[in-house]
Design a protein around this ligand. Structure first.
Ligand SMILES: Nc1ncnc2c1ncn2[C@@H]1O[C@H](COP(=O)(O)OP(=O)(O)OP(=O)(O)O)[C@@H](O)[C@H]1O
Length: 680
């Protein structure tokens, strides 16, 4: 009876909200029309060169953008107005509030909040608080104490209210499972209605800290990272511009997939770069046009380690000392100009300054001291003295380059017994791998840098296990004012020799004690229980039992293993794919390497794909990292292709965990031993 009454009043509430939204849409459409007209007129005025029309045009364009944004939000809200509600008493004011929470905030008459945006501080109550006493954080102010007495989750389909659940868990499991059973379109799903408590904590943590998130495959790392950007831009819009954010990944495929999810979350204009583009970008003009990024060679393993970059640091320290040669600067007429102690002290207190910056600073001091010591002297005498000491430090007059310094370092290492012969040859030809580029960045920072870049403030790194320690060390040094959000899974490190197989060193490099955080995400939202359990067989071997997956309870079909004779395999694959195609939107055939990938593309008559798309994709396993598909066919998962070692186990783990609903294994030989069932 109570439920029926509630349902009735909820339906009425929804109707009244929809009326407000429709009214807003009508009003914004009118405003848009008027603003567009104004823009056109101002544009004509600018063309004629009338008065200050350019300034007015720019201002009107901003207004138009604002109107269009509001229009877009209201139109989206019409499709799904809200997903949750919280009723609570605000302890500070002793008032009772009832708030509906949606993906898009809606207001009446531009100021009365009707639906609260999911990113607003109060919305965190919905994700975090249980019924009873609690509080929520407000950026830059004291937490607000509350007493929560209702938390409701809605199932809205378009403009229809299908039902609601009162709950004291973060998000209703029924709703979560329902959400998870939907088919995947070629866009990262937004999870706003079902964000889990542990994910919410990461999304809403202050932007003024570094964090590392270890999350099993499908635990929402990428999704959480995107929601965090959206949250920060909403709440700290005065501090950060979108262009100060840079998302870094290892492949265009991954970045392309990520960027598809951004506009949905109201995030535009954030930067994205592959790591092998980002490092050259940081080098600015020091990265010469003739330089090329190349794949790592046999030296990459050594170069990816912290010891390598520490040795480079030592080398650069010695280099700086050799060229500075600090000693008392004494003039026969003026006496002591600058003491060695004074300069040593300055150097020690400013470890972030490059050699060139230090020399510039010392020159400024020399100049000031000479002017002071010459107060009583002729002006021409002072000028002569200034001229005499103008080039006391002269490193910047040398024709050094970052690559030249790097070669000197490598030669020295060779002398010390480590041979980097191949790297020396390649660097000589202007060819650098990721780790060489990182080394150049550090050399530039320590020796050549004139001005620190402040282009970026927040760096978000996805699939962080792909890169070695030395890259992180360098990023931290060359971007000292940036905060880092690092998302990864060491069980998915498919660059076994160079990437990260545990987080310990990275924690030391990036996390400041007491300020920064390491988070674990263990629940997997992607795969069905059947697929998760199958992946679990391999995970044991991929992470030596490190991080276990907890699947969300969602059953699907059993994993299907098919074997066939070589000559029938192609036919079997096409039949299988056409069957799956009838039920799913995104399907991947995942192969061990490029050669197999080519073969399968030929069988299915598919061209090479550059970006993530709906339909069938044929990809080598290395390129599927971070992506997901409704159904996956694993091509030839035999022991010849996936040998029984940790490296191959990681690859296979990545491949299996790409499937949301169905997984097929198709090949001519016996399955690799990595897929053997666990001995209980
Ligand atoms: N709270 C949630 N509610 C509903 N779906 C979720 C939730 N969290 C994650 N998902 C879904 O789980 C899937 C996996 O998310 P995502 O790709 O972000 O995981 P990941 O940890 O980056 O995975 P991988 O390491 O394999 O790349 C996505 O379809 C995402 O929408």
């Amino acid at each position: 009876m109570k439920k029926n009454q509630d349902m009735l009043s909820e339906r009425q509430h929804l109707l009244s909200c929809l009326e407000i939204i429709q009214k807003n849409i009508r009003e914004y459409e009118e405003k848009e029309k008027a603003s567009k007209k104004e823009v056109t007129q101002l544009f004509q005025a600018v063309k004629k060169g009338e008065g200050d029309s350019f300034g007015l045009l720019e201002a009107e364009k901003n207004i138009l953008e604002h109107i269009q944004n509001s229009l877009r939000k209201n139109r989206a809200a019409l499709k799904k107005a809200y997903f949750g509600r919280i009723d609570y008493e605000d302890k500070s004011y002793g008032v009772t509030e009832s708030r509906y929470i949606g993906k898009n905030g809606v207001t009446r008459n531009s100021n009365e909040v009707v639906i609260v945006d999911w990113r607003a501080p109060v919305s965190s109550v919905y994700y975090e608080n249980e019924l009873g006493e609690g509080s929520y954080e407000v950026p830059g102010s004291e937490p607000v104490e509350i007493s929560l007495f209702k938390k409701r989750t809605y199932d809205l389909q378009g403009e229809k209210l299908q039902g609601f659940y009162d709950n004291d868990t973060a998000a209703n499991d029924d709703l979560l499972v329902k959400y998870l059973s939907q088919h995947k379109e070629a866009v990262l799903g937004d999870i706003i209605a079902t964000i889990q408590k542990e994910q919410n904590e990461i999304i809403r943590t202050t932007p003024y800290k570094n964090m590392i998130v270890q999350g099993v495959a499908g635990s929402g790392k990428t999704t959480v990272a995107l929601h965090r950007i959206s949250y920060i831009l909403y709440n700290y819009g005065e501090v950060y511009k979108p262009s100060e954010f840079c998302i870094i990944g290892s492949s265009d495929m991954l970045l392309n997939y990520i960027s598809s999810g951004l506009p949905e979350l109201d995030v535009n204009h954030v930067r994205q770069m592959r790591m092998d583009m980002f490092l050259p970008y940081l080098l600015e003009k020091s990265w010469k046009k003739k330089y090329k990024i190349v794949e790592g060679n046999q030296d990459a393993q050594g170069k990816s380690r912290l010891e390598f970059i520490s040795a480079l640091e030592d080398f650069l320290k010695a280099w700086i000392d050799r060229y500075l040669q600090l000693k008392d600067i004494r003039d026969k007429d003026l006496g002591l100009i600058l003491s060695e102690d004074n300069m040593q002290d300055t150097k020690m207190r400013n470890p972030e300054l490059s050699l060139f910056q230090l020399e510039k600073l010392f020159h400024q001091r020399i100049r000031k001291r000479i002017q002071f010591l010459c107060t009583e002297r002729e002006e021409s005498f002072c000028r002569e003295k200034l001229q005499e000491y103008k080039n006391w430090f002269c490193s910047s007059k040398n024709k050094w380059t970052e690559a030249g310094v790097y070669l000197s370092f490598l030669e020295e290492r060779k002398v010390l017994g480590n041979s980097y012969e191949d790297t020396i040859i390649r660097v000589g030809k202007g060819e650098f791998d990721l780790y060489d580029a990182a080394a150049l960045c550090l050399i530039r920072k320590r020796i050549f840098l004139k001005k620190e870049t402040d282009e970026f403030s927040q760096i978000i790194l996805d699939e962080a296990q792909d890169f070695g320690e030395s890259v992180y060390y360098v990023l931290k040094q060359v971007l000292p004012k940036c905060y880092f959000t690092i998302m990864g899974d060491v069980s998915q490190n498919i660059r076994y020799e160079t990437g990260l197989n545990n987080w310990e060193i990275l924690k030391k490099i990036l996390l400041r004690e007491g300020k920064d955080s390491f988070y674990l995400l263990a629940k997997s939202y992607r795969n069905t229980i059947e697929i998760s359990e199958y992946a679990g067989r391999v995970l044991e071997k991929a992470s030596l039992g490190g991080y276990k997956i907890q699947p969300v309870i969602r059953h699907g079909s059993p994993v299907c293993v098919k074997r066939g004779e070589k000559e029938h395999l192609a036919e079997q694959l096409t039949t299988l794919i056409s069957k799956i195609q009838k039920r799913f939107e995104t399907i991947a055939v995942i192969c061990r390497d490029e050669r197999d990938t080519e073969e399968v593309r030929r069988i299915l008559g598919i061209e090479k794909q550059e970006g993530f798309c709906n339909g069938i994709m044929v990809l080598p396993v290395a390129l599927t990292k971070g992506l997901e598909f409704d159904a996956v066919v694993l091509w030839q998962p035999d022991k010849e292709r996936y040998g029984e070692n940790i490296k191959e186990a990681k690859l296979l783990y990545v491949a299996i965990t790409r499937a949301l609903h169905e997984l097929y294994l198709l090949g001519e030989h016996e399955l690799t031993g990595l897929l053997n069932e666990k001995i209980k």
